[in-house]
Design a protein around this ligand. Structure first.
Ligand SMILES: Nc1ncnc2c1ncn2[C@@H]1O[C@H](COP(=O)(O)OP(=O)(O)OP(=O)(O)O)[C@@H](O)[C@H]1O
Ligand SMILES: [Mg+2]
Length: 375
């Protein structure tokens, strides 16, 4: 703004500088607004802000998704326009009316099986509704996965305790019989002691399995201390250790193995091979056979353990990799099974980025194949 009058120059200068200042402030404000919008829309959690009349002042994209409402957000519409979840509406109402904050889980009505955690905070501020007024901030988080993990944990603890209770009860029973002195027959005494011993071994094996599983879960994503593990040697060693069981059941084993070395935590590979072979013998028939195949294949290795045993009914097949799952609890317990073996195998295979597959027919036999990438 040039001026013809020098006297006006200071005023013109002031006006110019004010204009600059205002436009700077405007730009800053609009930058701030963009930043806030960006932040709100890219948040994974849902955020809703309501005033004292339950009018929605802010509702981000995540909140819209969680509430299953995709209508455009218009300032000032009642919260009821966005959700019919009574629990949520009541809680917001009591935050606004009585200043009560709350935290609860909500099953999403629009997404099957989705669990939302809702945190409502009562607020009071000067700028809402043009003066000092109450309001509420609602924060919604998707906790479906957390709740699933929690449920699995507590199921696991319940199952493990149950499994441990059986041998403990029986140990206690035999010990009591022995201490009361009613059993005098030395053969009986020996028999009871042997049972105590075998139940103790069972408990120790179960605890070992539980610890191994929890170790694998806790170290998920960590490579661990890997070294070259020659698999053929490992298979042969495992079979040698199974010799007593093999002889007792007249089961024969045939091995067809190439020299394959895998880079792995040696203990984990041992557990994998042991569990598969152990099952193939345990669930075999007297005089049956087991064949083990180990070969290199494109990009990795393939390990197959096939048996001529009792097989697994079709309907149980998808479940045998679950913890504590046994097709025939009675039979499995008799042969010392706790149902953790295959879930450990599954974890190990997953850790190395491999795959596991199962083919089985009742009274014909079972083949379990594991493929692992070799890097
Ligand atoms: N080769 C197989 N033939 C028939 N059934 C099998 C075979 N392998 C596993 N199963 C069935 O799957 C169930 C789960 O196997 P898993 O190895 O996880 O547990 P387990 O052998 O019972 O106990 P653990 O391995 O902890 O000693 C077994 O109880 C059994 O019913
Ligand atoms: Mg097993």
């Amino acid at each position: 703004l040039p001026s013809e009058y020098d006297e006006l120059q200071p005023i013109t200068d002031t006006i110019n500088s004010l204009t600059r200042h205002i436009s700077d402030t405007m730009r800053e404000l609009s930058d701030q607004r963009h930043k806030t919008d960006y932040l709100l829309s890219s948040m994974e959690d849902g955020l809703i802000l309501v005033d004292n009349e339950m009018r929605v002042l802010q509702l981000n994209g995540a909140a819209q998704r969680f509430l299953g409402e995709n209508k455009p957000v218009e300032d000032g519409r009642n919260l009821l326009r966005y959700t019919h979840q009574l629990k949520l509406i009541d809680a917001v109402q009591s935050a606004v009316d009585n200043g009560v904050s709350s935290l609860f889980d909500l099953e999403s009505s629009d997404h099957e099986g989705m669990v939302l955690s809702v945190h409502i905070t009562a607020i009071q501020s000067d700028w809402m509704a043009g003066g000092k007024a109450n309001g509420a901030v609602v924060l919604i988080t998707d906790v479906t996965r957390d709740r699933q993990v929690q449920r699995m944990r507590s199921e696991f603890v319940a199952n493990a305790s149950h499994e441990l209770k059986t041998p403990i009860t029986s140990i206690g029973g035999f010990a009591e019989l022995l201490t009361t002195g009613v059993v005098n027959d030395p053969d009986k005494v020996r028999d009871y002691l042997a049972r105590i011993q075998s139940e103790t071994a069972r408990m120790a094996a179960l605890i070992d399995d539980i610890l191994r599983l929890s170790c694998l879960e806790n170290s998920a994503g960590e490579p661990g201390d890997r070294q070259p593990v020659p698999l053929r040697g490992l298979i042969e060693e495992t079979i040698a250790n199974l010799q007593p069981q093999l002889e007792a059941r007249h089961v024969t084993v045939k091995v067809d193995a190439q020299d394959v070395t895998v880079q792995a935590v040696s203990d984990e590979m041992k557990t994998l091979v042991q569990n598969l072979l152990d099952n193939a013998v345990k669930y075999n028939r007297d005089g049956g056979s087991v064949s083990v195949l180990l070969q290199r294949q494109a990009g990795g290795l393939r390990l197959e353990v096939a048996d001529t045993g009792i097989g697994i009914p079709y309907e149980d097949q998808p479940r045998i990799f679950e913890r504590f799952y046994r097709v025939d609890k009675g039979r499995s317990r008799k042969v010392g099974g706790t149902g953790l073996g295959l879930s450990i195998v599954k974890h190990v295979v997953a850790k190395y980025g491999g795959e596991i597959s199962l083919k089985s027919a009742v009274n014909k036999g079972t083949t379990i194949a594991v493929t692992l990438p070799l890097s």
